[in-house]
Design a protein around this ligand. Structure first.
Ligand code: IPE
Ligand code: IPE
Ligand code: MG
Length: 232
């Protein structure tokens, strides 16, 4: 395929509706969604995508019923541990970004261990946004910048100077953002980083979004004309 995006990001949505349509508990949809993660990661690597990032849990998702939150956290822990072998075999670097202070000690320990173990892998990077929100990210970056820079330098900040304070420091902005399940919104995801990202909305629910659907999104991206405000 031509014109492959360097960074594809996905708002994985629709797990609950997928489960409900089958008369099952919402958590069942989240478990099935892990299979879609595996499929899309495989397709991304096959197509030469260097960064795949996934919105797995937003800051707002903490407001869901406790049972669902606990179920999701348990699922993340299990899925991460299970995938470590795959990441090592396929040279995939694994990164978690978000408000880590809200995660449990045991989950944080697992994340630290996995990030350390996969740090030198260089075929592709898989980023999981956990307890993340775009507004939180911009605020924490602003506070860090204000605390570390003299007032004069803070006032002189340009977008290029500011970006390294975001949790995505060093990661290129997404070229393509996919959202599944027919919702046409960004839900407080990468607000700063999506300044010039191409958006792709699919009606397919996340547990049904597999390799063919991922490849279809790449094909749609290949047709886009990115102008960055300029005249071509
Ligand atoms: C996306 O699926 C997964 C998370 C937000 C954690 P949802 O759980 O939002 O599923 P729907 O949108 O209710 O169907
Ligand atoms: C966005 O999905 C967050 C994730 C996919 C992790 P939501 O289901 O939480 O978004 P809204 O509430 O429909 O906007
Ligand atoms: Mg949803």
């Amino acid at each position: 395929m031509e014109n492959i995006p360097q960074h594809v990001s996905i708002i994985m949505d629709g797990n609950g509706r997928w489960a409900k349509a089958r008369g099952k508990e919402r958590i069942y949809g989240h478990y099935e969604g892990v299979e879609s993660v595996r499929a899309c990661l495989e397709a991304a690597v096959e197509e030469g995508v260097k960064y795949l990032s996934l919105y797995a849990f937003s800051e707002e998702n903490w407001n869901r019923p406790e049972q669902e939150v606990l179920g999701l956290m348990e699922l993340m822990m299990k899925a991460m541990k299970k995938e470590l072998i795959t990441f090592m075999d396929n040279h995939i670097r694994f990164v978690v970004l978000g408000n880590r202070a809200r995660l449990s000690d045991s989950l944080n320990a697992t994340i630290d261990e996995m990030m350390a173990q996969t740090a030198a892998n260089d075929t592709a990077t898989l980023i999981l946004f956990l307890s993340y929100s775009g507004q939180w990210d911009i605020l924490q970056a602003m506070k860090k910048a204000a605390a570390s820079l003299p007032e004069k330098d803070f006032q002189a900040l340009t977008p290029e100077d500011f970006a390294p304070y975001l949790v995505t420091a060093g990661i290129p902005d997404p070229d393509l953002l996919i959202r599944t399940s027919g919702e046409l919104r960004i839900s407080n995801y990468l607000l700063w980083q999506c300044a010039y990202t191409e958006f792709y909305f699919s009606d397919v629910l996340w547990p049904d979004f597999r390799k063919p659907e991922f490849r279809e999104a790449l094909r749609a991206y290949a047709q886009r004309d990115r102008r960055y405000g300029k005249v071509k």
